[in-house]
Design a protein around this ligand. Structure first.
Ligand SMILES: Nc1ncnc2c1ncn2[C@@H]1O[C@H](COP(=O)(O)OP(=O)(O)O)[C@@H](O)[C@H]1O
Ligand SMILES: [Mg+2]
Length: 261
């Protein structure tokens, strides 16, 4: 009987992972070993994703999915390996540099809005690191024009928002910096089903119409794989299975071990 760890035996090779991205790879991780303190969580990890592609990381709790996002953003200790954007190495930049100079935004797992600040003020917080305040106002205004749900509540405290609207605000706040890569950790967590659909529609729109590259972690593996172009199944800090989102949904091992079916 196979268990979640047995699938590690036939781990995909670097070339296989590369083929899942398009020719114009935007973000690359090569041979990354990283963790917290002296503890290594990710072992010789590779990832390839092109501009305007989406990649979903699934796998058991504690596998290291969030640690991958943390490593890209600069929250971990990197022992070896390389992270590149358009061929330029960014491995050791700080999170502030990643956000400001490279255009990588990290969207927190949940509950990161400031409840007593207005919707508009929350949005502007997304640009706090920008040098040009005027640009933040312009971006915030664009976002408010785009999302009626936020526009209607722009002067109200964020605590009046529904769970789904709050998630929309969290995503929108990251957009104020005009990032090219969005790192999204469990966007569906804690949301009612109707809002889960909404959040994935928003991500779809950002990918297709605004050409954002999206790397997401999703506990709801079925939803995540339906959404993403590429899926990686992470087990014990290594990629055990990789494929297009569709292929993984139809993979019997993935179904039985990770989709609960
Ligand atoms: N800030 C941290 N400090 C130390 N260990 C951590 C930290 N965050 C996560 N870990 C450990 O790293 C491992 C991978 O965690 P994580 O990446 O959060 O897994 P996942 O997102 O796949 O559930 C776990 O063993 C977890 O306990
Ligand atoms: Mg996690």
């Amino acid at each position: 009987m196979k268990d979640q760890y047995s699938v590690l035996g036939a781990a995909p090779k670097k070339e296989d992972l590369k083929k899942l991205s398009k020719s114009d790879v935007h973000l690359t991780i090569s041979n990354l070993s990283a963790g917290y303190g002296k503890m290594e969580i990710l072992h010789d990890f590779d990832l390839f994703v092109s501009k305007a592609q989406s990649l979903c990381l699934i796998g058991p709790n504690g596998a290291g999915k969030s640690t991958i996002l943390h490593s890209i953003y600069g929250f971990t200790n990197i022992f070896s390996g390389k992270i590149e954007i358009d061929g330029n190495e960014i491995t050791n930049l700080t999170p502030a540099e990643k956000l400001k100079k490279v255009g990588i935004a990290y969207i927190l797992q949940d509950n990161s809005v400031f409840p007593d600040m207005t919707v508009e003020e929350n949005l502007l917080m997304g640009g706090y690191i920008k040098d040009k305040e005027e640009e933040s106002y312009q971006e915030a205004e664009k976002i408010l024009q785009k999302y009626e749900r936020l526009r209607n509540r722009r002067t109200q405290p964020a605590k009046v928002l529904s769970g789904g609207e709050r998630r929309l605000l969290e995503i929108s706040r990251a957009l104020v910096m005009k990032p090219s890569v969005l790192l999204v950790d469990e966007p569906s967590i804690g949301l009612e089903p109707k809002y889960i659909e909404m959040v994935f529609e928003i991500l779809r729109d950002l990918q297709e119409n605004e050409k954002k590259t999206i790397i997401l972690v999703e506990q709801n593996a079925k939803k995540g794989l339906e959404f993403a172009d590429i899926g990686y199944v992470l087990v014990s800090g290594q990629t055990a299975i990789a494929g297009s989102g569709k292929d993984l949904l139809n993979n019997p091992d993935v179904g039985r071990l990770f989709l609960g079916g």
